[in-house]
Design a protein around this ligand. Structure first.
Ligand code: ZN
Length: 206
């Protein structure tokens, strides 16, 4: 069964949300619903939202998670280490980057990721990749050769490490781990266009 992926560009920081579903199924997952509830709902169409998956807790990847979860009943998965960011506009960057001091409601009731997750016909591995935030994860579909890399790995770059919980050494270790994945793995990052592990690995001497 092949996977379908639809990128939805959201908000002032142009973050990528991704809808993903197994071909032939009516349900889907939504990864990193950013700051454009209207566009995300339009992209969903009539598809049933089975789960919302957060690669990390920064505001630009979570702002539509609360309202969509309340409206659809879909659980919101996040790593334990980034739960503290969800309701905290200082820690999640909303104050520092946008000058906004209050999170818009409703707040997110988080469900914690395990090491793997099977949902909407997709078998995901949850790879801990700290460095951009303490609890950053990448979502890997080994059978499909697909990686959702959040703000850890971008096309021609990687995530900043100067925000709350950022760590240079952890980022290096996380990138090394990702570069051990098959080179043909297609990478869907939290900002910018898609790439492959092989293409990105060629830029580094790790
Ligand atoms: Zn981020």
């Amino acid at each position: 069964m092949s996977i379908q992926i639809k990128a939805v560009l959201c908000g002032d920081i142009q973050e990528n949300a991704y809808l993903a579903w197994a071909e032939g199924r009516e349900d889907c997952v939504l990864i990193d619903p950013g700051d454009d509830l209207g566009r995300l709902k339009q992209a969903l169409g009539g598809r049933k939202l089975a789960a919302i998956l957060l690669t990390h807790g920064h505001f630009d990847h979570i702002l539509s998670a609360g309202p969509l979860s309340v409206e659809t009943g879909a659980p919101v998965y996040v790593s334990a280490e980034d739960v503290e960011l969800l309701d905290d506009p200082v820690k999640n960057g909303l104050v520092g980057l946008m000058g906004v001091g209050e999170m818009p409601g409703p707040s997110i009731a988080p469900t914690l990721f395990g090491e793997a997750l099977s949902v909407a016909g997709l078998d995901l591995q949850v790879l801990p990749t700290p460095g951009h935030s303490k609890g950053s994860v990448c979502l890997y579909l080994p059978g499909k050769g697909v990686l959702f890399s959040g703000d850890t790995l971008f096309r021609a770059g990687f995530g900043r490490m100067d925000l709350y919980g950022g760590d240079h050494r952890q980022m290096l270790a996380s990138l090394k781990g990702l570069f051990a994945l098959p080179p043909e793995t297609r990478v869907y990052p939290g900002h910018g266009g898609s790439t492959t592990i092989g293409e990105e690995r060629s830029h580094y001497r790790l």
